[in-house]
Write a protein that binds this ligand. Sequence first.
Ligand code: SAH
Ligand code: SF4
Length: 400
Amino acid sequence: MPLKNKEVQPLARTPEEWAVAARALFSGARAFHGKQIFKWIHARGVLDPQQMSDLPKGLRDALEALELPKTMTIATERRAQDATRKLLVQMKDGATVETVLIPSVTGGPNGLPSPVGEDADAAAAVDEEELDQDRDRDLDLGQEKKRVTQCISTQVGCAMGCVFCASGVAGLKRQMTAEEIVAQVLIGKTRLEPGEDLRNVVLMGMGEPLHNYEETSRALRLLTHPDGVALSNRRVTVSTSGLIPEIARLGKDFQGQIGLAISLHAADDATRSSLMPINKKYPLAKLIDALRAYPLPKRRRITIEYTLVAGNNDTPSEAKKLVRLLRDLPVKVNLIPVNPIEARDYGPPSMEGVLAFQKVLCDAGYSCFIRRRRGDDVSAACGQLVLLGAKPKVRVRPSA
Ligand code: SAH
Ligand code: SF4
């Protein structure tokens, strides 16, 4: 589907849009320069026009005026002992958001890959079967590359008001543009370490991606463009609090290829509405219908995120309710013990409580992971981000 050609920010331009823009900037520019510029930016991560060595000098000079490197800068970077890197990135107007690089956790005894594949690469966004295939392929090549998942933001703050979430408490400050969404990945790639490979991108940072649909979907097109970062669709996951019309739109626009994660957090309307105000507009039955209608390719699954909040949604009977609600849906479940935020008094259940909840789901045949916190020593206020780099603490194969 062609992207709409309105006033497009430079880093959000397709090769075709760059061809038009280049001609407007420099009379000697030719159509093929559009693809060249796009490749420099998105495939090679080069934002300094003078380094774009196959462009004519006049075009390089004209591109300088766009000040591409100023689109986004790293304000702070913190690296945890587990190599998780949390970047606070700053946009032109001074607004900041966080993006996190999360290396997969691999390696069992003797440095061999762990037999239990303990790497539900950030949020188990990607099916573990696929990860196993990846690992086999890497091993065949004699080089196991460290897979990195990047978590990116889509809004400054968030309008959805989920009670346990720092972004929700902050409220929506502004939408991010497609170029800002993509720039996080371009900047993130400059922070990869030797032997690391960016494999997955999850839209699970600050903001509700589907509440910024136009910019988010353009960013998805750019990130998956074969001449650019070239992520495969299934390695990009959109996490949503459940905006039903936009879930349908995403499914249609990308033929169900983009990974989908749903923040469910409760299995009945009263509980869900108390944690997530959006549930009053889009209640559970309709949300479940929307998931059924999502054109998911065969063997792929939707990720259900369930943040466990002690005393709110964490009892075994609620787990049973969840089992009934999800019946027959192609899903896997990620349990996230809530990360307490300063403004609110919510806390996680005990580990026993989490395991008991998980057991109900496992016994019913679901793949169910517990998201472990990553990058603890660099954790900052933003509730969800510190939890994203998950690996299952306990991995129990469903019995059925
Ligand atoms: N707005 C989207 C994506 C960003 S939030 C969404 O809600 O899905 C990513 C995930 O982090 C969501 O599942 C969200 O519910 C969860 N989250 C937010 N704050 C949290 C906290 N304090 N502790 C645990 N999980 C949290
Ligand atoms: Fe927004 Fe997601 Fe936080 Fe809810 S959990 S307030 S939707 S960022």
